[in-house]
Write a protein that binds this ligand. Structure first.
Ligand SMILES: [Zn+2]
Length: 541
C-alpha cells in the first residue's frame, strides 16, 4: 500500500505516502513551481523551508523543454524531493484548451519521471451551465477510464480527479465512478474560484460530496488550495494534499499571508511573524525595497507561514485539538466561520469517521462546538444503548452538580445515600444529570469520556441552550419509563429544559413531574423528590 496512516483526528490524518521518489508525510502542502522561472529555487525550498514535495506543470515543461533528449523533471528543477506533475488541465480552464492529447501527456509524464502525476482532466470551473458541468464530469471519467491501460503497472502514483464544481450531485456521481477505478490518489477539481470568492461553505459541501463517495483509504488532494487560513478546516474534512501558487502570486501583488487572513504590505506597520524574513526586516524596510527584492522577501515569508501552518495542523492532529484549531482559524473571516458552522449538517459523517478517544478534554466555546463528534457520539449512544434500558425504571433528571465527575460529588453521594436508606426500590431509580452541551448524563456514565473531561465557556449561548434542551426533551419523549421527574433549578438551561420537556410530554400525552426550586440540590428539593418517589413507589412495574 502506498499510503499508511499514522495518526488521526476528526477526518484528518497524518499519513505516509510512499512514492518512487521517496516517502512524504501528509497532510502536505505542495508549492506550485513554474518550470520556466522561479523566484525561489526548489532546492532551497527543500533545505530551508522543509518542502519535501512540490508540484509543477508537465504541459508547460513539454512546451518549453519537450525536445530536449532524456529530459527528467528532477534534474530540470534541480530537486531531489517528491515531484507531482499536473497535466495542463489548469491551462484548459484559463485558456480554453491545450495543444496535447490525454494519451500524449500521460506518456510524457511517465518519460520525465514524475513521482505523482495527473491525467488530463477537464476542470469544471465556476458559474458554468449545468450541461457544460455534466460534460466536464463525463469527459473526465471517460479519460480516466481510457488512461487505465496506459498506467497499468506503472510505479508513478496516478491521480483520478473528481469534477462537478458546485453541483453536488455531479460531484457525488463523479466520485463514485472514479473511486471504483484503481487510482491510488484522488483529487477535487475546481475549488480555486470558490475559495477566491470566499465561498468556504460551498467548498465544504464539495469536499464532503467527494469524500463521502470515495474510498477513504486513498489520499485526497484539494487542487489549488494553498491559503493557510483554511488548512485546518480542509484537513479536518479529510484532505491530505494541497497545492497552490498563492504564496508567490500574492507576493507579486504585495500581499502578506497570515494564518487568519491576507494583508496588504502597504497597510502593515508591523510584521506579525517570526520567520527569518520578518526577523531580519521591519515593515518599513520591506516596503522600501526595490520591487524584485520585495517580491522575493514576501514570497519567502508567505511560504514560511504556509509551511508552518501545516506543522501546526499536524501537531493538532497528534494532540487531538484539530477542532479547536479549526474554530480558532475560523475567526479570521466570517465566511470561514459560516463554513465551520455548516459542519453541523455533516455531524453524523464526522462522528463515524473520527477516532473515539484522543486522551484529551473537550473544549466547548460556543454553539460551533455542537457539531463535535464527541457530542454526536454521546447522543447516539444514549439513544441506541441507554434509553432502551430504562422502561422498568423511574427516571430523575437533575441539573448536574458544579463539579465533575458528577457521581463523585458530595451532592450526589448524599442523594444516593438517601435513596438507598429511604426507598425499598432504590435500584429502580435512575438518576440522570443534565448539563450543556451533552444533555443527559446517566449517573453511572459520569466518568465515561468525555463526560467528565470537558470544559464549557459559561454561560452557554442561546443556540447551545436550545440544542441541549431539545436533546433532553427527545430523551424524555423516547423513554418508555412510566415515571419521569424533572428537577428544575434556577439556571437559564433549566428553564429551557423544563419548557421543552413539558411541551413534548403534553404532545405525547404522558406524565412528567416537575419540581421547581431555586436550588436543585437543596435539602427541601431532595425531600420533595423522595416523597414523590415513595408515592410512585409500589405501583411501578
Ligand atoms: Zn514572516
Amino acid at each position: 500500500m502506498s499510503f499508511e496512516l499514522r495518526d488521526r483526528d476528526l477526518l484528518g490524518r497524518i499519513g505516509r505516502l510512499n512514492t518512487k521518489g521517496g516517502a512524504v508525510e501528509t497532510p502536505a502542502f505542495m508549492p506550485v513551481i513554474n518550470p520556466v522561472s522561479q523566484v525561489l529555487p526548489p532546492k532551497r525550498m527543500r533545505e530551508e523551508f522543509g518542502c519535501e514535495i512540490l508540484i509543477t506543470n508537465s504541459y508547460i515543461i513539454k512546451k518549453h523543454f519537450g525536445n530536449l533528449p532524456d529530459l527528467k523533471v528532477h534534474q530540470l528543477l534541480d530537486y531531489d524531493g517528491v515531484i507531482t506533475t499536473d497535466s495542463g488541465a489548469y491551462q484548459i480552464l484559463v485558456y480554453g484548451g491545450v495543444e496535447t492529447s490525454p494519451d500524449e501527456i500521460i506518456r510524457f509524464q511517465q518519460s520525465i519521471g514524475s513521482d505523482i502525476a495527473v491525467i488530463l482532466d477537464i476542470p469544471t470551473g465556476w458559474n458554468v451551465p449545468r450541461e457544460k458541468v455534466e460534460w466536464t464530469v463525463e469527459e473526465t471519467l471517460r479519460r480516466a477510464e481510457a488512461a487505465l491501460p496506459l498506467i497499468e503497472g506503472d510505479d508513478t502514483l496516478w491521480v483520478g480527479p473528481v469534477q462537478g464544481g458546485a453541483h453536488l450531485d455531479l460531484v457525488e456521481r463523479s466520485a463514485q465512478r472514479v473511486g471504483k477505478m484503481p487510482f491510488p490518489i484522488h483529487a477535487l477539481g475546481s475549488p480555486t474560484e470558490v475559495m477566491e470568492n470566499y465561498r468556504f461553505n460551498v467548498l465544504v459541501d464539495m469536499i464532503m460530496a467527494a469524500k463521502r463517495n470515495l474510498p477513504p483509504d486513498r489520499p485526497f488532494h484539494l487542487f489549488g488550495a494553498g491559503h493557510p487560513m483554511m488548512f485546518s478546516l480542509a484537513v479536518a474534512l479529510g484532505c491530505d494534499l494541497f497545492d497552490s501558487a498563492a504564496y508567490a502570486l500574492y507576493a507579486k501583488a504585495g500581499r502578506y499571508l497570515t494564518t487568519l487572513r491576507t494583508m496588504k504590505l502597504k497597510d502593515l506597520s508591523y510584521l506579525p511573524c517570526s520567520c527569518p524574513i520578518c526577523r531580519k526586516y521591519g515593515a518599513d524596510e520591506l516596503k522600501g525595497m526595490i520591487k524584485g527584492e520585495r517580491v522575493k522577501a514576501l514570497t519567502e515569508h508567505n511560504l514560511h507561514v504556509t509551511m508552518a501552518e501545516m506543522e501546526t495542523v499536524k501537531q493538532a492532529i497528534v494532540e487531538g485539538t484539530l477542532w479547536e484549531l479549526m474554530e480558532a482559524r475560523s475567526r479570521g473571516h466570517p465566511a470561514l466561520a459560516s463554513a465551520v458552522k455548516g459542519l453541523f449538517k455533516y455531524r453524523d459523517f464526522l462522528e463515524r469517521g473520527s477516532p473515539s478517544y484522543k486522551g484529551r478534554g473537550v473544549f466547548i466555546f460556543d454553539s460551533m462546538g455542537l457539531a463535535r463528534p464527541e457530542v454526536t457520539r454521546h447522543l447516539r449512544r444514549l439513544e441506541e444503548q441507554f434509553i432502551p434500558s430504562l422502561n422498568q425504571k423511574k427516571v430523575v433528571l437533575i441539573p448536574a452538580p458544579p463539579k465533575r465527575p458528577y457521581n463523585k460529588t458530595q451532592e450526589y453521594r448524599s442523594l444516593e445515600r438517601r435513596l438507598r436508606n429511604e426507598l425499598d426500590d432504590s435500584e429502580n431509580v435512575q438518576i440522570c444529570f443534565y448539563s450543556a452541551p451533552f444533555g443527559v448524563t446517566p449517573a453511572e456514565l459520569s466518568e465515561t469520556y468525555p463526560l467528565s473531561q470537558f470544559e464549557i465557556a459559561d454561560p452557554p449561548d442561546i443556540e447551545t441552550l436550545i440544542f441541549t434542551a431539545e436533546n433532553i426533551a427527545t430523551f424524555v419523549a423516547e423513554t418508555d419509563s412510566k415515571t419521569v421527574i424533572l428537577i428544575s433549578g434556577g439556571d437559564e438551561l433549566d428553564k429551557w429544559v423544563t419548557a421543552r420537556c413539558e411541551q413534548v410530554c403534553e404532545e405525547k400525552g404522558r406524565e412528567i413531574e416537575v419540581i421547581s426550586c431555586p436550588d436543585a440540590w437543596s435539602e427541601e428539593t431532595l425531600n420533595e423528590l423522595l416523597s414523590i418517589l415513595k408515592r410512585s413507589g409500589k405501583g411501578v412495574v
